[in-house]
Write a protein that binds this ligand. Structure first.
Ligand code: FBP
Length: 554
């Protein structure tokens, strides 16, 4: 064994991902289905204008058969975009193997450091030898990743130049909603200018919010939630063992609470806040603090001065009293972003307060100091840097202060000591679960078929994922049909619609049915670490959300 890899890594390199019969057969054809318009009824005209060439494509399915796929030697580029998600390397391996299976002379090029690698022409050729040490491993380190947008004319022209210089036939963009939006924009640019570059996206994100009727689940979610659930399960046991701490655990998932919901289903903590429910009920920060205090007080009455609260990292954006505030901050950044960037840090707080409407200025001044700066920062796609906001500490401090008030009022007589955690980066680069290892390999394999079919402007679709691999179905969904218009940095931009937690979904309903019992009793469950070898019901298990959504009892 090499000194540079662990025993498990050596074993995982040997794992052979499974393919469904259609993909494994090598006899594949593309079947066209219906044309699906964007769900954004209000802005469909803008969307059709923005994507005039690629918005009226049909969904397609990969089926067994022969006839309409090219066996020509192809030159294909691939890029990893956004936050890492377990299985990215296998998506590249599947793409490579499928291209080579169709024609040994096909070549794969990996763009370095994310989308920027395309428009700055930084790449490596991905040969069998280059890919071999990365098979079934986590991480995006084979070629790196980045969060650059592809939208400015010079970036689009840069992509065009690189494609021409390399003689690329196609580009596969592996990313989440923002990165697949990049794919849509680039595909449209190329199609409109008749540049012979096909663009295909793959659904990646640990957040689990890139899914719809054509895509059961984004890859990386399964590994991430199982990693967090293991850690949370351990903490629940620790809480009960020591009997003296309340653990406030923030979980990743930029906007949607799928991760928090799934981890709650797997571990049964005392409280899990679901942002989408907070929004639907119009709850304010104060309401959430009261809700947590109520649970703590109730447990204290039963002699339990310990417990576990799960907090989704995107919570702030869903609180009723933060809604207008964050919109005001967005406008401010749109109008005064450059002035703000030129100011020394100590002057920024006063500058922001002076530009905000009174209510928002008041809220801004009352935020913890660490929030006042972070809340002004955005990534290239206009997203708030939620992973850097210490919402768990903010809430723990507010809860502590409120419980002290309640004590004075005689409403609470327990002991409160909080420990805060943030689980996010721990879950993105672990060895992919067998599910994610198989799924990503299939996604890459399917992308190669869409390319061989001459398609562009598609994200690979995947259905029946809750069932055994033999039943999985792949195809393509036009990226433009998933696009809606959203306000980013104060301007209306096309973005792929994020799938949020639906309050009438089977997963949420299951949670809602059981949570009262979990809050008072210690119903904690320990899923344990991800298993790669052993009984299939453990090693190949699906996450609970996916099972419930598919109508499978848990
Ligand atoms: P993607 O949407 O790019 O997959 O990233 C998801 C995510 O892990 C979020 O859950 C998190 O908020 C964000 O990335 C953090 O990434 P960064 O450290 O680059 O801001």
């Amino acid at each position: 064994m090499s000194h540079h890899i662990s025993g498990l890594e050596a074993q995982r390199l040997q794992y052979k991902p499974k393919l469904p019969p259609v993909l494994a057969s090598g006899k594949i054809k593309i079947e066209a289905g219906k044309v699906v318009p964007s769900q954004d009824k209000e802005h469909w005209q803008e969307i059709e204008k923005e994507f005039s060439t690629t918005s009226k494509l049909p969904v397609v399915k990969l089926v067994e058969g022969e006839g309409n796929l090219s066996n020509d030697a192809l030159k294909v580029g691939v890029v990893l975009s956004g936050g890492p998600a377990a299985g990215g390397h296998n998506a590249i391996a599947g793409l490579f193997d499928a291209l080579k299976a169709a024609n040994r002379a096909s070549q794969l090029f990996g763009f370095l450091g994310g989308p920027k690698g395309i428009f700055t022409n930084k790449w490596v050729e991905l040969t069998a030898e280059a890919i071999a040490p990365y098979r079934n491993t986590g991480g995006f380190d084979m070629i790196g990743s980045g969060r650059d947008k592809i939208e400015k004319p010079e970036q689009l022209e840069g992509c065009e130049k690189t494609a021409k210089a390399l003689g690329l036939n196609a580009l596969v963009i592996i990313g989440g909603d923002d990165s697949n939006t990049n794919a849509a924009i680039l595909a449209e640019y190329c199609a409109a200018k008749q540049i012979p570059l096909q663009v295909i996206g793959l659904p990646k994100t640990i957040d689990g919010d890139m899914r719809n009727e054509f895509i059961d689940m984004s890859f990386g979610f399964d590994t991430a939630v199982k990693t967090y659930a293991y850690l949370v399960g351990n903490i629940c046991r620790d809480a009960r063992s020591g009997g003296k701490y309340w653990h406030f655990i923030k979980l990743m998932g930029r906007s949607a609470s799928h991760v928090t919901l799934e981890v709650a289903l797997q571990t049964q903590p005392n409280l899990a806040i679901i942002s989408e429910e907070v929004k639907a009920r119009g709850l304010t920060l104060n309401d959430v603090v009261e809700q947590i205090c109520d649970t703590i007080a109730k447990r204290a009455e039963g002699g339990k001065n310990y417990g576990v609260v799960l907090i989704p990292e995107g919570l702030l954006e869903f609180l009723a009293d933060f809604n207008d505030f964050l919109r005001d901050i967005g406008h401010l950044l749109g109008q005064h972003g450059n002035e703000l960037a030129a100011l020394p840090p100590r002057e920024r707080i006063d500058f922001v307060s002076s530009k905000l409407p009174d209510e928002s200025a008041k809220l801004y001044r009352n935020l913890p100091a660490s929030f006042q700066e972070t809340i002004l920062q955005r990534d290239a796609h206009g997203n708030l840097l939620v992973s850097q906001l210490e919402t768990e500490k903010f809430l723990a401090d507010l809860v502590e202060a409120r419980l002290a008030d309640w004590k004075e009022q005689g409403r609470y007589s327990g002991k409160f000591s909080a420990i805060t955690h943030f689980f996010g980066y721990e879950g993105r680069c672990g060895f992919p679960t067998n599910f994610d290892a198989d799924y990503t390999y299939c996604l890459g394999y399917a992308a190669a078929q869409l390319i061989r079919g001459g398609l562009t402007g598609y994200t690979v679709s995947a259905k029946n994922l809750a069932h055994p691999v033999e039943k999985w179905e792949f195809g393509g969904v036009p990226v433009a049909s998933m696009v809606v218009m959203e306000h980013r940095k104060g301007a209306l931009k096309p973005v792929i619609k994020k799938a949020l937690v639906e309050l009438d979904s089977p997963a949420f309903k299951y949670f809602a049915k059981h949570r009262d019992m979990w809050s008072v009793e210690d119903a904690y469950k320990s899923p344990g670490p991800i298993q790669y070898f052993g009984p299939p019901e453990i090693c190949d298990s699906r996450n609970i959300t996916m099972l419930l959504e598919a109508g499978i009892a848990v």
